[in-house]
Ligand binder design. Structure first.
Ligand code: SAM
Ligand code: SF4
Length: 361
């Protein structure tokens, strides 16, 4: 379905948790309070929304968070998403820590690709940015994803004075492996407002100087706003998501579903339609999803923050035509209320007050 500005809206990012096993300084630093699990969409509710979204022409979905792989049975959700008639593509964004464990099951579930966030190849800088010494596990995760035959993209956010000199190392991942490396400009959302990012225009100039022959790659690489370049001798391409220095809103095709069931039109603004409200109008019908926090020391607990999925029978719930109609109307409203453009560069432009993990990155 097209929005008011003629853009085809066919892509939804679905946040399934705000929890995470890292604490990246620009995203969710230590000390953030988490909402209780009863306020998070169950997998069944997500599938109900996806069925309605498909009927509005949305056929591509990205599972994100927080860290999606810390939610128990994430693979099961992926399999069920792939089974919804009309769903064409399901991908996942992860920090890679649990990917060595889940790459193979995700491939078996039919996932169409994974984006792995990696800001540095320096173990010290990794700890500085993310709060934990987990670089080796992320690298294992990348290898496991490739071994499982998954399409892999690396997402890197550069911060001035932090990891901005380390881009060459990350870019080299695309030399020998069929991996696209994408540089995402820091956006003024949540803690990102307090960080100084790196200008992608400047980065492109630096890459062209280091690798003469770098030229635009016009092949379609995904659903996002990334602009790609190919570098002679590299198996993968290099992509740039330049939210600040190159407005890409004219080609924006996405909506964002937060884990609390708010359907956002644009990252920049707080406006959203409330799908949770529609889903839980008959409160008795919806069971609280239990959440079990293992009584272990903090770091271990974060890795094992596994959320109980609802019992599997719930996934075979009979179709609910009335609920579907209400959800479809709400999704249509969201598409029609999508704004023309973000206002990240303007002083009072950003009205979104939530942090990235509450929105879904
Ligand atoms: N935990 C998963 C991961 O790290 O890929 C998925 C969620 S994370 C919020 C998704 C992406 O958002 C990551 O690549 C992260 O670097 C990026 N991100 C978080 N805050 C950002 C900000 N303020 N500006 C730009 N990108 C940001
Ligand atoms: Fe967690 Fe991803 Fe945010 Fe880092 S960027 S804190 S890994 S959600």
């Amino acid at each position: 379905m097209k929005d008011r500005y003629g853009r085809e809206i066919d892509y939804m990012r679905i946040s399934i948790t705000e929890r995470c096993n890292l604490r990246c300084r620009y995203c969710m630093p230590k000390g953030i309070t988490l909402v209780p699990m009863k306020d998070i969409l169950t997998y069944e509710e997500i599938l109900e929304i996806v069925r309605a979204a498909v009927s509005c022409g949305i056929t591509k979905f990205k599972v994100t968070g927080g860290e999606p792989l810390v939610r128990k049975d994430c693979v099961f959700l992926v399999r069920n998403l792939k089974a919804v008639p009309g769903v064409e593509q399901v991908t996942l964004t992860t920090n890679g820590i649990l990917l060595a464990e889940y790459a193979e099951p995700l491939a078996e579930a039919g996932i169409d690709g994974v984006n792995i966030s990696l800001d540095t190849l320096s173990p010290e800088m990794f700890r500085e940015i993310s709060g934990f010494d987990e670089l080796p596990r992320v690298l294992e995760g990348i290898d496991a994803a490739l071994k499982a035959g998954l399409r892999v993209k690396i997402n890197t956010v550069l911060q001035k004075g932090m990891n901005d000199t380390g881009w060459t190392d990350i870019l080299l991942l695309a030399q020998d492996k069929p991996i696209d490396v994408r540089f995402i400009e820091m956006m003024p959302i949540g803690f990102g407002r307090m960080m100084e990012g790196y200008n992608n225009d400047q980065l492109i100039r630096e890459i062209k100087m280091k690798y003469p022959g770098t030229k635009r790659d016009l092949a379609v690489h995904g659903n996002g706003p990334a602009v790609y370049y190919s570098i002679p001798g590299f198996k993968g391409s290099v992509g740039f998501i330049s939210a600040i220095h190159e407005k890409f809103c004219d080609s924006c095709s996405r909506l964002r579903l937060t884990c609390q069931g708010k359907l956002k039109f644009c990252l920049c603004y707080e406006d959203a339609v409330d799908l949770m409200c529609i889903l839980r109008q008959d409160k008795n019908e919806w069971q609280e999803t239990p959440f079990q926090r293992p009584p272990q020391e903090q770091h271990e607990a974060q890795h094992q923050e596994q959320i109980q999925a609802p019992p599997r029978e719930q996934f075979q719930r009979p179709p609910q035509p009335q609920l579907q109609t209400q959800l479809r109307n709400a999704i249509r409203e969201a598409i029609l209320r999508k704004p023309k453009a973000h206002r990240f560069s303007e002083a009072d432009g950003v009205t979104e007050q939530k942090i990235m993990t509450q929105i879904g990155g």
